[in-house]
Design a protein around this ligand. Structure first.
Ligand code: DC
Length: 223
């Protein structure tokens, strides 16, 4: 039974994952990276070599796959048919193909079910994604919507990628981020939008710790 549920939504690079992880650690809560679910579904479809535009086929592929999302040492691990795919789902090719899963209502419904089942197993949980406060958990206790300038978000992504040894072209990254924002915000189902009762925080000039302190302050004031 979930006693405290906090949703964090926002565009790519707004800091959702880092904020959700640190906030969850401070609250002794679990966290759920729902983007990892969309990525895992896209990677599975890619591995089967099926036409990514063939939603009926993707439904079958997803239904016959065993996905496991677990928290280990403060990180979310992803297993696809018992094989670790935690790193692989971050591949830029997966990022480019995730839209095929994200824009299909029947596929989203499957992932939404997984997200609600995951949350139901935890007393306290911080979930992050695009539609957590609007569609998946409309009755969440606290809803946060994070934003940041596209240039700042590209800078953050570039730093992450560089730390992993990838070569980065920051202008191209910014273009990709803006493109993904457009796709996420304009899709018909569960678009990226702040819930009417969400608190929006612009993180452009805030450090991770400052964002988390702000959220903790909001929670305290509403207790
Ligand atoms: O947060 P991320 O970049 O790992 O998410 C990857 C993609 O998955 C993102 O471009 C849109 C999609 N997504 C979604 O549609 N709904 C969510 N709740 C989470 C992610």
């Amino acid at each position: 039974m979930t006693e405290l549920l906090i949703t964090i939504d926002g565009p790519a690079g707004s800091g959702k994952s880092s904020v959700a992880k640190l906030l969850a650690a401070k609250l002794g809560a679990a966290f759920l990276d729902t983007g990892a679910m969309y990525r895992a579904a896209a990677l599975t479809a890619m591995q089967t070599g099926c036409d990514l535009g063939d939603t009926a086929r993707l439904e079958k592929v997803i239904d016959s796959t065993d996905f496991k999302f677990e928290i280990e040492a403060g990180q979310m691990t992803v297993k696809i048919n018992n094989s670790d795919a935690t790193e692989q789902i971050r591949d830029p090719q997966v990022t480019a193909n995730v839209r095929f899963v994200a824009s299909a209502p029947s596929l989203r419904n499957r992932l939404v079910k997984m997200q609600r089942a995951f949350a139901a197993e935890h007393e306290k949980i911080v979930t992050e994604g695009r539609d957590q406060g609007t569609v998946v958990f409309p009755d969440a206790d606290f809803k946060i919507f994070l934003t940041a300038d596209a240039a700042e978000r590209a800078k953050r992504r570039a730093k992450e990628l560089a730390e992993k040894g990838h070569k980065v072209d920051i202008d191209k990254l910014q273009q990709e981020i803006e493109n993904r924002d457009r796709l996420d915000s304009t899709r018909k189902i569960a678009p990226l939008v702040a819930a009417a009762d969400a608190i929006t925080l612009d993180t452009t000039s805030l450090a991770l710790g400052q964002v988390v302190e702000k959220i903790l302050g909001l929670i305290k004031n509403n207790d």
